[in-house]
Design a binder for this molecule. Structure first.
Ligand SMILES: [Zn+2]
Ligand SMILES: [Zn+2]
Ligand SMILES: [Zn+2]
Length: 170
């Protein structure tokens, strides 16, 4: 029993006791179930297409009542206006970040980073090139406004931009 964190563990210990007593009827452990659920979740999210907004295809949909496309990836509801699938990820459930700017601040970059940290497969399904000048090579995912300027908030419009185009439209 861990008494070092009595305040926060009180409830937890109660839960554990319940789990243990229910599980004593089984000839496998609650940990076995955790492993099985983890495996199922992983299989379910294998090879899933991810939109340029940084969220899985499955999070996107069409609302008849609103008469518009939506992306319900996070609590704030991503503003994604046009689904553009750019990568396929074996760990789609980490692609739930919120975009607050270009490059490292973009949900797509953060999802890819999390996926890599977890050592999960990921591949581009588009030829990576600047959406504006069409030059192939390193780009940044950027939220842009209607005029194409790079923004520091989720605008629902995203573009892959090379550094030159990014600076020209910052
Ligand atoms: Zn999207
Ligand atoms: Zn989204
Ligand atoms: Zn460019």
């Amino acid at each position: 029993m861990d008494l070092t964190n009595e305040m926060s563990s009180g409830k937890m210990m109660g839960m554990e006791e319940n789990t243990q007593s229910a599980f004593s009827a089984f000839d496998f452990t609650s940990e076995d179930v955790e492993i099985a659920m983890e495996k199922l979740a992983e299989e379910a999210s294998r090879g899933k297409p991810i939109c340029m907004c940084g969220h899985p295809e499955g999070r996107h949909g069409w609302s008849d009542s609103l008469g518009m496309h939506y992306c319900s990836a996070n609590k704030q509801n991503c503003k994604c206006k046009k689904m553009t699938l750019v990568i396929e990820a074996d760990y789609a459930r980490v692609f739930l970040r919120k975009t607050t700017g270009p490059g490292p601040l973009h949900a797509l970059a953060q999802g890819i980073r999390e996926s890599e940290k977890a050592d999960k497969g990921i591949k581009w399904i588009v030829d990576v090139a600047c959406d504006r000048c069409k030059a192939a090579g390193p780009v940044s995912p950027c939220p842009v406004n209607q005029r194409g300027s790079v923004m520091y908030e989720d605008t629902g419009l995203n573009a892959l931009l090379c550094s030159e185009c990014r600076l020209a439209n910052g």
